[in-house]
Design a protein around this ligand. Structure first.
Ligand SMILES: Cc1ncc(COP(=O)(O)O)c(C=O)c1O
Length: 403
């Protein structure tokens, strides 16, 4: 029966995490996995989340009935408003649908499954991108998955000219995936004027935008600023898909809480799309999990709780910015060869350091520092106690490998 089953290759990110756990060094540093840590290096349950959890479990009305196929309505409505903006024409004209998913990954997959059925075209992913994107679209059955240039290793910034030239050369109606903010792994986002330029070409070429938004509010500390790209495309009249995750901005990683919001031309089309998404959910997950959605719904729909959440978001974004600054200052003090400005110029959870695969393996081997082989560093893994050690490790590895 299982004669032909071979061992699947390990997931690069989860594999680094398990090597880190096995490492017995007292100075080991985990900057591999993208999960927030406090300055003590501990996971953080946001105070507002803890409060609402208690409210939910102590409520005499709590039951464990199935949610509808499209999830908790107070959660999905609030999610659509959060990403599109309360005054978005799409919201006011009720021409959207929002369907609950198994976190951000599930939202991307739900969107991919839907597009495979109703818009089976070429998919373009940024190069580089979150490692899971390629596999999700492959598993959804897309056969033509191509890349578009995004990052320029020389400037360690956006390759805007190349990106635009590539958009112009794409086949009409192709699907183009964007990270709404805090691009993973590079931490490089288009500026507002660059998004405007991108949207203009997308419109001319009739390209279809699919936004993956895993870091709203977490990138800049402002929920509106981090949603600018999506809202700009909506203002320009695009129909679009946006996958939302509450893993990072609510710290609800294991609750698998997410939403797929679709902006359509008419309320009737939105309803048709909603029913098709329900149909997909039915065979894959039947109905989504309730706990995370109940937490998020309570917070998004209560002005006082919302304020508390925003203040925690600012705290997380602020701590990460501080780590960028401290790492940069340490490297400058050490006189580490190379230019390190990108550490403070990039945004969100990750810094794309520019370290080579050889350097990443060496830093793991010699200094017990765990990062992906692409040189991506999760800034949340740094804190005031380990940043000096981390900077020193980079400094030494860079010097060891100088040609
Ligand atoms: C770009 C991007 N999309 C989606 C996700 C999905 O995360 P989750 O499924 O945990 O919500 C992540 C998480 O790292 C991500 O970086």
């Amino acid at each position: 029966m299982f004669e032909n089953v071979t061992v699947a290759p390990p997931d690069p990110i989860f594999n680094i995490f398990s090597s880190y756990l096995k490492d017995e060094s007292a100075t080991k540093v985990n900057v591999g996995i993208g999960a927030y840590r406090t300055d003590e290096g501990k996971p953080w349950v946001l105070p507002v989340v803890r409060k609402v959890e208690n409210m939910i479990v102590n409520s005499p009305d709590l039951d464990h009935e199935y949610l509808p196929l499209d999830g908790l309505k107070s959660f999905t409505d609030a999610s659509a408003k959060l990403i599109l903006g309360t005054n978005s024409p799409v919201i006011l004209e009720k021409r959207y649908c929002a369907v609950q998913s198994i976190s951000g990954t599930g939202a991307v997959r739900l969107g991919a499954d839907f597009l495979k059925r109703f818009h089976d075209k070429t998919v373009y992913l940024p190069n580089p991108t979150w490692a899971n994107h390629q596999s999700i679209f492959e598993d959804a059955g897309f056969t033509e998955i191509l890349e578009y240039p995004y990052y320029n290793p020389k400037t360690k910034g956006l390759d805007i000219n190349n990106l635009c030239d590539n958009l112009k050369a794409m086949k009409e109606n192709s699907i183009v995936l964007f990270h709404a903010c805090a691009h993973n792994p590079t931490g490089v986002d288009p500026k507002e004027e660059e998004w405007t330029q991108i949207a203009k070409i997308m419109k001319e070429k009739k390209l279809f935008p699919f936004f993956d938004c895993a870091y709203q509010g977490f990138a800049s500390g402002s929920l509106d600023k981090d949603a600018w790209s999506v809202r700009h495309f909506v203002e320009q009249g695009f129909e679009l898909l946006v996958a939302q995750s509450y893993s990072k901005n609510f710290g609800l990683y294991s609750e698998r809480c997410g939403c797929l919001t679709v902006a359509c031309q008419t309320p009737a089309k939105a309803e048709a799309v909603r029913t098709q998404l329900c149909k997909i959910n039915r065979t894959v997950i039947s109905t989504p999990p309730a706990f995370g959605a109940r937490i998020v719904s309570k917070v998004l729909n209560d002005p006082e709780l919302y304020k508390e959440w925003v203040s925690s978001l600012k705290e997380m974004a602020g701590r990460i910015k501080l780590m960028r600054r401290m790492l940069f200052d340490e490297l400058i003090n050490l006189g580490t060869p190379g230019n390190w400005n990108h550490i403070i110029d990039q945004i969100g959870m990750f810094t794309y350091t520019g370290l080579t695969k050889e350097q990443c393996l060496l830093i793991r081997d010699k200094f017990h520092v765990y990062m992906t082989e692409s040189g991506r560093v999760s800034m949340a893994g740094l804190n005031t106690k380990n940043v000096k050690y981390f900077a020193n490790s980079i400094d030494q590895v860079v010097r060891m490998t100088l040609q």
